[in-house]
Design a binder for this molecule. Structure first.
Ligand SMILES: [Mg+2]
Length: 384
């Protein structure tokens, strides 16, 4: 089987009401979709979702440009050469590969583009042998995978009762693990907001906190200490990525709350540092921006050997395969309503459902996803 074509779709969907984390305002969600055609008629589907895609058309254009330039390293190849293709594309982060100049200054965009390609290759391999992607990753170790809901974004004009109502809506949907944004207020006000949510949901619901890198070390220590009383399951991305080797180690000495991080890493080597240096209690990976399911697979071996549970960032429809097949695979991230991620709600013909806080492991060939043409047209961005 040979890949005969690479097609790209760029999608961007505005949110009805912008939401904020501690560090960014999100007013739209964007995604790059790659379709790989083959001489045997199978079509592989991949998605990329890099952080800069919040920029809309500008971010999409950057990924599209890279995809165009790396297409010659993909078309004509056998999709079962996934690792060789990954190695070729990753090498472009520092060197020229078969006449294509290095993309050293665009590493992050390159790795986002190769994520979509890599995911499409896994989808293609599954479709070619008629088995789901998790079977290719070693086989599902569980029949269903837990999913948490991310919510409690900061919104303009938020009233104290809003988070209480929001919490009730998630519990009503069956979720038993909720993730709350922190870092956007003072540690005192954030802790009071978390306390309101804790009182609303009672003792039996797990609460995670996500600071989206919004604190420096002293503020993180203060906020963690103030939140400890509310029985926190994990604290995610407390401080910026660039000094985590030092800051996470220091924070871990000061708080009893388990630390989760990794979504800001975009290579397996960064993830290795997190695990081997004992910086995280939970390793978070987003394969749609960190080099695809091939990166996940590399990290999964390490996470098993160090006994670190793995959690997915975004895109549960893809990560369900990876979490199911990883020995320490633990949990998926999801959104509960279309106002946060219209693409997740509208992109697929049959969206894998999350019932009582679990997603069933799919059994259709490949990723088991089929795109809705109407959505591609509705949110498609012409890059011209
Ligand atoms: Mg996060």
């Amino acid at each position: 089987m040979k890949i005969t074509g690479l097609e790209t779709y760029s999608l961007s969907a505005p949110l009805p009401q912008p939401v904020r984390t501690s560090t960014i305002a999100i007013s739209q969600v964007s995604e790059v979709i790659v379709k790989l055609a083959t001489d045997e008629g199978h079509v592989g589907l991949g998605e990329a979702h890099g952080p800069f895609l919040f920029q809309g058309a500008e971010g999409l254009r950057a990924v599209k440009k890279i995809l165009d330039s790396i297409t010659p390293l993909v078309v004509g190849r056998d999709p079962f050469e996934t690792e060789r293709i990954w190695q070729d594309l990753f090498a472009l982060t520092y060197t020229s590969v078969r006449g294509i100049p290095p993309l050293a200054r665009q590493q992050r965009v390159l790795v986002t583009a190769m994520s979509a390609i890599d995911i499409a290759l896994w989808d293609l391999k599954g479709k070619a042998i008629g088995r789901p992607v998790h079977a290719l990753l070693g086989g599902a170790l569980r029949e269903r995978v837990p999913a948490y809901v991310t919510g409690f974004y900061y919104r303009d004009g938020e009233k104290p009762d809003d988070v209480v109502r929001e919490a009730a809506s998630y519990v009503e949907l069956g979720y038993r693990t909720l993730k709350v944004k922190v870092g956007g207020l003072t540690p005192e006000d954030d802790a009071a907001r978390v306390g309101r949510i804790r009182r609303a949901v009672g003792k039996d619901v797990a609460l995670m906190l996500d600071a989206n890198q919004g604190w420096n070390l002293p503020t993180a220590i203060e906020a963690a200490k103030r939140c400890e009383a509310h029985d926190i399951f994990w604290l995610e991305d407390p401080m910026p990525w660039f000094d985590e080797r030092r800051t996470l180690a220091r924070l871990k000495e000061e708080t009893s709350i388990p630390i989760a991080a990794g979504e800001t890493e975009y290579t397996p080597f960064g993830l290795r540092t997190m695990v081997t240096e004992g910086l995280v209690d939970y390793l978070i990976i987003d394969s749609t921006w960190a080099g695809g399911l091939t990166t996940w697979r590399k990290a999964a071996v390490l996470a098993e050997l160090y006994q670190i549970p793995m959690a997915a960032h975004h895109d549960p429809q893809i990560h369900v395969h990876a979490v199911a097949a990883s020995p320490t695979g633990f949990i998926l991230e999801s959104f509960a309503d279309a106002s946060r991620d219209p693409l997740w709600f509208e992109l697929f013909r049959e969206r894998p459902q999350i019932v009582d806080g679990f997603m069933a492991v799919p059994d259709q060939p490949g990723l088991g996803l089929e795109l809705r043409q109407e959505t591609l047209e509705k949110y498609g961005v012409k890059l011209g």
